[in-house]
Design a protein around this ligand. Structure first.
Ligand SMILES: *Cc1c(COP(=O)(O)O)cnc(C)c1O
Length: 397
């Protein structure tokens, strides 16, 4: 079959299954009140958890660095694209995470590909949570290692799978710190103990935890008080709570030296622009200092959870700014999301294959720059739109 025909068929099938997706076009900065596709909305879907993506101080740091470094890095880190701004950000990130060193990657996707490809060979095994981020699942494919997927959040299942692997090969347990579609935390203390018991390593992708969880924004490791030796590989992204772009891996000198030498997604790509590195130093400093952002976010999360429970919706136990409202079918999730949009509330419907069959949902995310009134408006709208039979019990009066 010709490629053209094959593509048309797949596109047609995606349309027919209600899985068609297209980007909306945002005018202006990322902020709760925005104009998207020409419509004024309050958005509950960005990963800008601390409200730093459009912070004027972060933008000013980028502007200053643009004057000094220009726009493009011009080369890979190991050639001559690694500027003073990159070096300083790596030092800041190592200090922030309490690790010996940190290494920048251009995206979180690439960081994950690079880590697994560097750490694991054909005979080695990676244990992955079934709901890990797509980049971690792709990373094990690229590494060509053995892959075992344990039931979501189930450290006992992980233990059973780990016990069945050969001790003479390397074993890595890898998990999201906070799951991107459910917002629940991974059972990190149990996974860390399991890894230690078996001489395996634990890697945490803390894209949704860093900056948000822990009093100091240290993420899932701070939340669970886990030491660097319990989590030897910590991956974080810069495009979420820190509001810029790119990612990093933090760990021991040996880990970072190995990634520098062997990670293909570090070596064979242009360094992130220096201005992004400089902007991230500023946003990291703000994220650490302005703990009111975490406090306000936490209070909004509590308000939303409480409100959803009063509507008779199951609480998913998430302590994070990601709060799913599971509706079941793609059709219902899409209908509710469309109706919310009619009322000027942008909440995405997440459908299979992004989430398991039968668990289509609204995925609400909150930011430190949302107001209580905006959260209340969202709760009111959901209350008016949601069919009664989708609730666990009749709405409290
Ligand atoms: C967003 C995300 C990534 C990818 O990071 P990018 O920098 O956007 O490529 C990786 N892992 C998780 C858990 C994420 O949420």
């Amino acid at each position: 079959m010709s490629i053209e025909r094959r593509l048309r068929e797949r596109i047609g099938a995606a349309h027919a299954a209600g899985r068609w997706r297209a980007p909306r076009t945002l005018e202006g900065a990322q902020s709760p009140e925005q104009v998207i596709d020409g419509r004024r909305v309050v958005a509950f879907c960005s990963n800008d958890y601390l409200g730093l993506a459009a912070d004027p101080r972060v933008a000013a740091a980028a502007r200053t660095a643009l004057e000094r470094y220009g726009v493009g890095a011009g080369a890979a880190h190991l050639v001559n694209g690694h500027t003073r701004a990159h070096a300083e950000l790596e030092e800041d990130l190592a200090e922030f995470t309490g690790r010996e060193r940190a290494l920048l990657f251009s995206t979180g996707y690439m960081a994950n590909l690079g880590v697994l490809q560097t750490l694991l060979g054909r005979h080695d095994t990676v244990l992955e949570d079934r709901l890990n981020h797509a980049s971690l699942l792709d990373a094990s494919r690229l590494a060509g290692c053995r892959t075992r997927r344990y039931r979501h959040g189930d450290a006992e299942h992980a233990a059973a799978l780990l016990e069945a692997t050969a001790v003479q090969h390397s074993r890595l347990i890898v998990t999201d710190g906070v799951f991107s579609m459910d917002g629940d935390p991974a059972p990190l203390p149990a996974l860390a103990a399991l890894a230690q018991r078996h001489g395996a390593w634990l890697m945490v992708d803390d894209a949704h935890g860093l900056g948000v969880l822990g009093d100091l924004g240290g993420g899932s490791c701070e939340h669970f008080r886990l030491s660097p030796s319990e989590v030897p590989v910590l991956m974080g992204t810069l495009g979420k709570a820190f509001g810029t772009a790119g990612a990093f891996v933090a760990g021991s000198r040996t880990l970072i030296e190995a990634l520098t030498q062997f990670s293909r997604t570090y070596i064979y790509t242009t360094a992130m622009p220096a201005a992004i590195a400089a902007a991230t130093r500023e946003s990291l400093a703000i994220a650490r200092r302005e703990s009111w952002r975490r406090d306000h976010l936490r209070s909004l999360i509590g308000r939303l959870r409480q409100g959803l429970m009063q509507l008779g919706l199951a609480d998913t136990g998430g302590i994070s700014p990601i709060q799913p409202v599971i509706l079941g079918t793609s059709g219902l999730a899409t209908a509710v999301a469309d109706a919310l949009l009619e009322q000027g509330l942008l909440v995405p419907a997440i459908r299979p294959p992004t989430v398991p069959e039968g668990s289509a949902r609204l995925r609400i995310t909150l930011s430190a720059v949302h107001t209580e009134a905006q959260v209340d408006r969202l709760l009111d709208a959901i209350d008016r739109l949601l069919p009664q039979d989708r609730r666990a019990h009749p709405a409290a009066c």
